[in-house]
Write a protein that binds this ligand. Structure first.
Ligand code: SAM
Ligand code: SF4
Ligand code: SF4
Length: 390
């Protein structure tokens, strides 16, 4: 315990975890190296979706993700040599596609801040599944740099983009991005993506009670009849630096109720297992919206996602506290068969279901009660979203 006689010179503030300790990748499973069909984890969930963080840097300082009080001038981002090279990312992706991955999502940090990203997109877009199908290659971005890069990304082979935008009102948006970026810049990025055919486009809006909840209807009105799906995301208790409190979460049920007051909507069936959003269609043909309810309605049951950090660690859950060090295996000279065997073992050993356990610990599903996160028996700080990618 801290000695009460000493007053710290600077107030203590949460530090972004550097992810200093990593777990080794498990040894390849014994038995035949061949593998039919997608890799399955202990809960029979197939491996389908690999999210690749290409940088831990960002030009925004969204309070729910990279608060400036933590990610200020004193924050040390990863040094260049720690980052996976494009060749390493391509190799990893190729092996994952052979294990059943069908979707590759580039993310970050802000992925458009990684230099010459098109040099990574080109080889990734050429990957084929064992059945000869192309993979779904997509990217999540804050779109502030998209207007000038959209044509180049499309030409390199990117299929589509998901864009984050939390408000249409400039004052609200600038308070949330804390970087002085105007809504206009993001809308120009969206228009450029539409123009070059980087679609279907999705727009993600993180809804924080008391911060941007009054932007729900203006955002819905703006994106109706555009072919763009607006998705409302519950503010998640991911990482440890954003000071998440449960009363800042506006449950998806409340979002839907507000939408119903203005529009007629009909629930849609899930298009594919593992889909994160519950979708609803405007009955007048205005398009669709999605609700991503990671706090109030766990969707671990068919979670098929794996995350690769900028420095080559694999996270089998967004709420994991430690990753598995794939970079060390690659840089020690392991061949493709060994890497493949280790990745297969990692997925086969997976049993993560953080959100489901949190839900099961007696917190009311309406999201209004409870004040603390559940102790799920793991030690250490949770990993930040900007480090492992959203
Ligand atoms: N910088 C890019 C962007 O913002 O689109 C990509 C990375 S960002 C970490 C990916 C997604 O995670 C964004 O849509 C962002 O809104 C979302 N996100 C970040 N922190 C979140 C939180 N605490 N709760 C819910 N969503 C969050
Ligand atoms: Fe940057 Fe995206 Fe995080 Fe906002 S949500 S700080 S844009 S990484
Ligand atoms: Fe998947 Fe973990 Fe999220 Fe559950 S909590 S849906 S296992 S990432």
């Amino acid at each position: 315990m801290r000695d009460a006689r000493f007053i710290p010179l600077k107030p203590e503030r949460p530090q972004a975890p550097t992810g200093d300790s990593a777990l080794p990748l498990p040894a390849p499973a014994s038995g035949p190296a061949t593998h039919e069909g997608p890799a399955l984890d202990r809960l029979s969930r197939p491996l389908r979706d690999l999210r690749i963080s290409v940088t831990d840097r960002c030009n925004f300082r969204c309070g729910y993700c990279m608060p400036r009080s933590v990610y200020g001038p004193g924050h040390r981002f990863l040094p260049h040599q720690a980052l996976l090279s494009f060749e390493e990312i391509e190799r990893i992706s190729r092996i994952f596609v052979s294990l059943g991955v069908r979707k590759l999502r580039l993310t970050g940090g802000e992925p458009l801040m990684r230099k010459q990203l098109e040099r990574l997109i080109e080889p990734l877009s050429a990957l084929r599944t064992p059945a000869g199908e192309p993979v779904d290659l997509t990217l999540t971005t804050n779109a502030s740099l998209l207007a000038r890069q959209a044509a180049m990304l499309k030409a390199a082979g990117l299929n589509r983009v998901t864009i984050s935008l939390d408000a249409l009102d400039d004052a609200v948006f600038q308070r949330m991005n804390d970087a002085g970026v105007e809504v206009r810049q993001v809308l120009e990025g969206i228009e450029a993506a539409q123009r070059v055919g980087l679609g279907p486009i999705k727009v993600n809006m993180v809804v924080q009670r008391g911060v941007n909840e009054h932007q729900i209807l203006p955002m819905a009105r703006h994106f109706r009849h555009t072919g763009i799906e607006l998705r409302f995301i519950e503010y998640m208790d991911v990482g440890s630096t954003n000071g998440w409190q449960r009363d800042q979460v506006l449950p998806s049920a409340d979002v839907l109720q507000r939408l119903h007051e203005a529009f007629e909507l009909q629930a849609m069936p899930a298009a594919s297992p593992g889909e994160t959003a519950q979708r609803h269609a405007y009955t007048d043909g205005g398009g669709t919206i999605g609700l991503i309810s990671s706090v109030t309605q766990a969707f671990c049951g068919d979670c098929n996602r794996l995350r690769l950090s900028t420095d080559g660690r694999l996270y089998t859950c967004l709420f994991a506290r430690q990753g598995h060090d794939l970079r060390a295996v690659l840089r020690a000279g392991a061949g493709d068969d060994e890497v493949r065997g280790r990745l297969l073992s990692l997925w086969q050993l997976r049993e993560d279901r953080y959100s489901a356990l949190r839900g099961a610990q007696g917190q009311a599903p309406d999201g209004h009660s409870g004040t603390t996160e559940p102790d799920l028996g793991q030690s250490g700080q949770r990993i930040e979203m900007s480090y492992i990618g959203g």
